[in-house]
Design a protein around this ligand. Structure first.
Ligand SMILES: C[S@@+](CC[C@H](N)C(=O)[O-])C[C@H]1O[C@@H](n2cnc3c(N)ncnc32)[C@H](O)[C@@H]1O
Length: 197
């Protein structure tokens, strides 16, 4: 796995968006696998343009409600389908013609900020979701994963993701690990997986 120095002083969530923006074009399809407060869903909807489409998943009604408000205020709601579903069966919730044609898929793991911190993403659903995301990804498409080893349960999940990326074929995928500007055992980690062909 290639380790890159962060390109700027941006936050790790900004860096994830920067890496996705680099591969998205107007008219593309994209997925936010953890909608949360809707920041990444908004970013994706904005970047795919009027002809593009975004699917966003979260298990919490509160998350989808907040995202609906944010997207509605920006008049971007019509570009997005929000689903209250777990991402571990991601491929089941997207149209069949999205398989192999999604350009950007974002995972920002952990708990919902300003929400119930006991509801967190977990390795047993995150890893199947990542496998499913690979099936959906277009050649040249990209998955970003932000893992938070600092919170309870996050450490296990980050370990599982490191193992998952180590198992990817480097003939088929390019993998980058971007470390936080303030590294430490608890610091968030950004994984960027790009499908080569
Ligand atoms: C860190 S937040 C996402 C932040 C979001 N990307 C944003 O920009 O505001 C993580 C979200 O993952 C959601 N989540 C937890 N388990 C999930 C699952 N199995 N499937 C989909 N979402 C899940 C949580 O409900 C929470 O809202």
């Amino acid at each position: 796995m290639e380790k890159l120095t962060a390109p700027s002083q941006k936050s790790i969530t900004d860096k994830a968006q920067w890496h996705i923006a680099a591969v998205l074009s107007p008219g593309d399809r994209a997925i936010d696998a953890t909608v949360g407060n809707g920041n990444d869903t908004f970013f994706l909807a904005d970047n795919v343009g009027p002809e593009g489409r975004v699917i966003g998943l979260d298990i919490q009604e509160l998350a989808l409600h907040r995202a609906t408000v944010v997207l509605g205020e920006a008049q971007l709601l019509h570009r997005v389908r929000l689903l209250q579903r777990s991402h571990h069966r991601l491929a089941d919730w997207v149209p069949t013609d999205w398989v192999g044609r999604v350009r950007g898929i974002m995972f920002n793991l952990g708990y919902l900020p300003r929400g119930d911190k006991s509801i967190i993403t977990r390795a047993e659903t995150t890893i199947p979701a990542l496998d499913s995301a690979l099936e959906l990804l277009a050649p040249g498409g990209r998955i970003t994963i932000i893992a938070y080893p600092g919170h309870s349960g996050g450490d296990e999940e980050a370990d599982a993701i490191r193992e998952w990326v180590r198992g990817l074929s480097l003939l088929a995928f390019e993998v980058e690990l971007i470390l936080s500007d303030t590294p430490g055992d608890d610091a968030p980690e950004l994984f960027v997986v790009t499908r080569l062909s």
